[in-house]
Design a protein around this ligand. Structure first.
Ligand code: NAD
Length: 363
């Protein structure tokens, strides 16, 4: 199989970690005989320095001509004082908008060997954490109209509108149901239908879409309860489907209970199937350029790319298996090494995962 992948390293550790993901791709080529065509593009501060803006037209063209996009991270102190048009973060928001990325997928997984890093009590983590938050990304209260400020009788007021059309709800629901089919077969739709009219419609449409997926089990939960259940017993969840606002909060909550930002991948998908895959972390200027970063979030983002954009499930599992094996063997990147443990450099972690992918050929 031949696939075209656009790589956008970005700034800071973005460059270091995407390089390690590329090593994993090389190993997959060797193992499975695929051909991955890689094209690199500029985004963020690197693009500003070279072209004057954070998202050059050429980058967008390369993205649109690719099957998937793998991104590192953007940002850094050199651009912090610049006007918004010359800020790396603008490139990030623009690319999401330009590519129509309406679905954000964030898995939260606890690797057995790293259970100690979790913020939760050991008896809670014992049940395991392996869930996926599917968040609607381009609608809801962040974008709804009308919004604004007003003054009534000398008193200030402000308002936003939480609005969803049935089409917006149905398309994100399908992403969640399709994802559940690739995982544990369960969707929990999170809303506030006891109070919000928009959530009543959300629930109604999610139920209608569920009828197309008789093999997937659907449940509903109010958002306040979901926030509590995530810390009481996260093992009960498989796929959490939710709106932009609730997803913003719940995906961060789910991520933080796993304990390490250097391990968290994410995917953003468009209606056309084109997806952008990136670690949740930023460009970490404090450790950039020193081979100290944990590249596993970028490598796990590559696994999501293989699964969601290229349909290569076996290959995705091979990458995830190699990451788990490296951790099982006791190797720890800087952010996961405990006191007294030797931290493994970013480039070496990449080599180890790539070797793990290659080695599993002979098994
Ligand atoms: P950050 O995620 O870059 O770093 C937070 C802390 O976590 C730092 O101490 C850093 O060293 C550590 N860290 C992050 N990723 C790590 C990794 N892979 N391995 C080891 N340690 C890691 O967040 P920040 O410091 O708030 O932001 C730094 C810059 O990144 C800012 O310019 C911000 O705008 C940008 N940012 C970009 C993205 C993105 O590109 N998606 C996301 C968040 C922040």
């Amino acid at each position: 199989m031949q696939s075209r992948i656009c790589v956008l390293p970005g700034d800071g550790i973005g460059r270091e970690v995407t390089e390690q993901a590329e090593k994993a791709l090389g190993a997959l080529q060797d193992r499975f005989g695929h051909s991955f065509d890689l094209e690199h593009g500029l985004i963020g501060g690197a693009a500003i320095d070279e072209t004057g803006g954070p998202l050059p037209e050429r980058t967008l063209q390369v993205c649109r001509g690719s099957d998937a996009v793998l991104m590192g991270a953007v940002g850094g102190p050199s651009w912090d004082g610049e006007p918004w048009e010359k800020r790396p973060e603008k490139g990030l928001l623009d690319i999401r908008k330009e590519l129509g990325l309406f679905a954000n997928l964030r898995p939260a997984v606890i690797f057995r060997e790293l259970a100690g890093a979790s913020l939760l009590r050991p008896d809670i983590v014992e049940g395991g954490i392996d869930l996926l938050v599917v968040r609607e990304l381009t609608g809801g209260v962040y974008f709804g109209e009308p919004k604004g400020r007003e003054e009534v009788d000398g008193s200030r007021a402000a308002y936003n509108t939480m609005r969803y059309s049935e089409e917006e709800i149905a398309r994100i629901a399908r992403v969640a149901f399709d994802s559940a089919r690739k995982r544990g077969g369960r969707v929990c739709s999170v809303d506030k239908a006891n109070v919000l009219v928009v959530s009543e419609l959300w629930r109604e449409v999610v139920r209608e879409v569920a009828a197309e997926y008789p093999d997937v089990e659907l449940s509903h939960m109010y958002v306040d309860n979901a926030a509590m259940q995530l810390v009481r017993d996260p093992s009960q969840f498989d796929v959490i489907l939710t709106s932009n606002l609730f997803g913003d909060i719940l995906s961060d909550e789910a991520a933080s209970i796993t304990g390490s930002i250097g391990l968290l991948p994410s995917a953003s998908l468009s209606a056309s199937g084109l997806g952008l895959f990136e670690p949740v972390h930023g460009s970490a200027p404090d450790i950039a350029g020193r081979d100290l970063a944990n590249p596993l979030a970028a490598i796990l983002s590559l696994a999501m790319l293989l699964r969601y954009s290229l349909g290569l499930e076996r290959e995705a599992l091979s990458v995830e298996g190699a990451v788990a094996a490296v951790l099982e063997q006791g190797y720890r990147p800087g952010d996961l090494a405990r006191e007294g443990e030797a931290a493994v450099a970013c480039s070496r972690m990449g080599d180890l995962v790539a070797a793990g992918i290659r080695e599993s050929v002979s098994q």
